[in-house]
Design a protein around this ligand. Structure first.
Ligand SMILES: Cc1cc2nc3c(=O)[nH]c(=O)nc-3n(C[C@H](O)[C@H](O)[C@H](O)COP(=O)(O)OP(=O)(O)OC[C@H]3O[C@@H](n4cnc5c(N)ncnc54)[C@H](O)[C@@H]3O)c2cc1C
Length: 455
């Protein structure tokens, strides 16, 4: 077995980069090790659904939290849920939907933990109305390697609350959190799918749908010419017609094997995109669908990341502010189409202006585009580097949860507040992402893995 064949103990969803680390699973918050137990540094992690290296620590100790999966309290009148941070959003749905409650914000997979949702301050299809996950967190407890346990909320230790939401797991272990759920009367979503051609049509549809809770678009990023930036705009609201609130069935399909590297190429993805676009025969389709396929179409097949082969996949997600959103999106889509590298999971969306309490939160008002590509170092890395530079030119920024490539210089331009987060970092905690993006010109970590900081 070669080094590249070896499966690491913990991998991120993109399966790149691959780093060795020790695992010290936590059953209780009290298991969080004191500073002297893990001299090589540590990082709490959830379900590893981040694509790059925010959930990795090369040669350090990862602290998986998925056994901290207890629901602690639920108020059926107010919908406030208290749970440990290793609880997955899937478990919350299993518990809450039959009682008539739903997640305030959900990403495109339900297999993420509450801790991971707070640490990346995740967003969903309702960002323009509900903001990020952090907007719905009422309080949480933060445990640090000096033994301290701090209650954080918008009114208690507000600075720690803000630093931890979107704080990339660096401020300490989130032990438990209190989350405000939202009421529903049905599993169904009143859905509308609308074909569009070009970014102007996409933007016009987004403007017209401001009052609709969920909006997202699939965009064909392989097409050029008259089909350039064609896509399907998808919008929906929770149905107001009461219907049985049952639990979701367990997914049965598992992606069986790693596909060879050549399986996803511009020809196969281009053919898929043409089929997908034309699957919706009419310009506009209205129907009611269950929330599972609406929010989590990819969760139907477990381990679908194997489709990208052994080398894994890279995600690229930007947020470009309104001022340059249109030209930036067109320029980036053109660069992708011209590159010949195919992405079939291309998701386009408008971010609203609901402010997150998080210091380092990624969303900003404007347009966001997420793309994923199989890793082919000779072609995908240069393309990524180019797209990252373009994002910077258009005044945008990249999403750390999806990143494995941005440079220190780019990160520090995208997030000038990073040094403030560094002041709140637990001195025993770091991540491979943080070490990569806070290095100075000499290649050394500016702050060092285990340096102690004074606020
Ligand atoms: C198919 C798919 C679709 C996605 N769609 C979206 C989307 O629509 N919107 C979006 O925003 N994201 C999306 N994501 C990304 C995903 O939501 C985030 O990466 C999320 O943070 C992953 O949570 P996790 O539990 O897997 O955490 P991990 O990936 O394991 O860790 C993420 C971060 O959280 C920290 N962390 C985890 N637990 C704790 C804890 N208890 N205390 C302190 N820090 C902790 C880690 O240190 C790390 O920095 C998607 C991912 C996939 C695979």
């Amino acid at each position: 077995m070669t080094a590249s064949d070896r499966k690491p103990a913990f991998e991120s969803w993109g399966r790149y980069p691959v780093y060795d680390a020790a695992l010290l699973p936590l059953n209780w918050a009290g298991d969080f090790p004191p500073a002297n137990m893990v001299p090589s540094g540590m990082l709490p992690v959830g379900l590893g659904r981040s694509y790059g290296d925010v959930c990795l620590l090369r040669d350090g100790t990862l602290l998986p939290t998925t056994a901290m999966d207890r629901l602690l309290h639920f108020d059926p009148v107010t919908g406030v849920l208290t749970c440990e941070s290793g609880v997955s959003l899937a478990s919350i749905l299993d518990f809450a939907v039959p009682l008539g409650w739903f997640l305030p914000v959900t990403p495109g997979t339900k297999y993420v933990t509450v801790g991971g949702s707070i640490a990346n301050d995740i967003h969903g299809k309702n960002h323009h109305i509900a903001g990020t996950f952090g907007c719905h967190v009422r309080r949480f407890e933060l445990v640090r390697s000096d033994g301290s346990r701090t209650l954080c909320s918008p009114i208690e230790n507000e600075d720690w609350f803000s630093a931890t939401i979107g704080g990339l797991g660096l401020t300490g272990l989130i032990a438990w959190a209190e989350i405000q759920l939202k009421p529903i009367v049905s599993r169904l979503i009143t859905y509308e799918g609308i074909q569009f051609h070009g970014i102007d049509e996409f933007l016009a549809l987004s403007r017209a749908s401001q009052g609709i809770e969920y909006t997202v678009s699939w965009v064909d990023c392989t097409s050029q010419g008259k089909n350039f930036a064609r896509g399907i705009f998808m919008q929906g609201d929770h149905s107001h017609d009461a219907s049985p609130l049952t639990r979701s069935p367990e997914p049965k399909l598992v992606f069986p094997m790693e596909l060879p590297g050549f399986a996803l190429n511009s020809a196969t993805v281009g053919a898929f995109n043409a089929l997908y676009f034309n699957k919706q025969m009419k310009k506009r389709v209205r129907t009611r669908i269950d929330y599972e396929p609406f929010f989590y179409p990819l969760d139907k097949v477990l381990h679908w990341n194997r489709m990208y082969g052994k080398r894994g996949l890279l995600q690229f997600q930007y947020a470009i502010p309104w001022q340059h959103a249109r030209e930036g999106t067109e320029a980036i889509l053109k660069a992708v189409a011209a590159s010949g590298l195919a992405s079939f999971l291309a998701v386009l969306k408008v971010f609203g202006d609901v402010k997150s309490p998080g210091l380092m939160s990624f969303p900003q008002p404007g347009v966001t585009l997420a793309l994923d590509f199989p890793i082919k170092p000779d072609v995908s890395f240069p393309l990524f580097d180019r797209l990252a530079s373009m994002t910077r030119e258009f005044g945008g920024r990249l999403y750390p949860a999806k990143d494995a490539r941005m440079t220190a210089d780019q990160f520090q331009t995208f997030y000038p507040q990073w040094q403030k987060l560094e002041r709140y970092r637990d001195p025993m905690i770091s991540s491979s992402f943080w070490e990569r993006v806070t290095i100075d010109g000499t290649g050394d970590s500016q702050q060092g893995r285990l340096s102690i900081h004074h606020r």
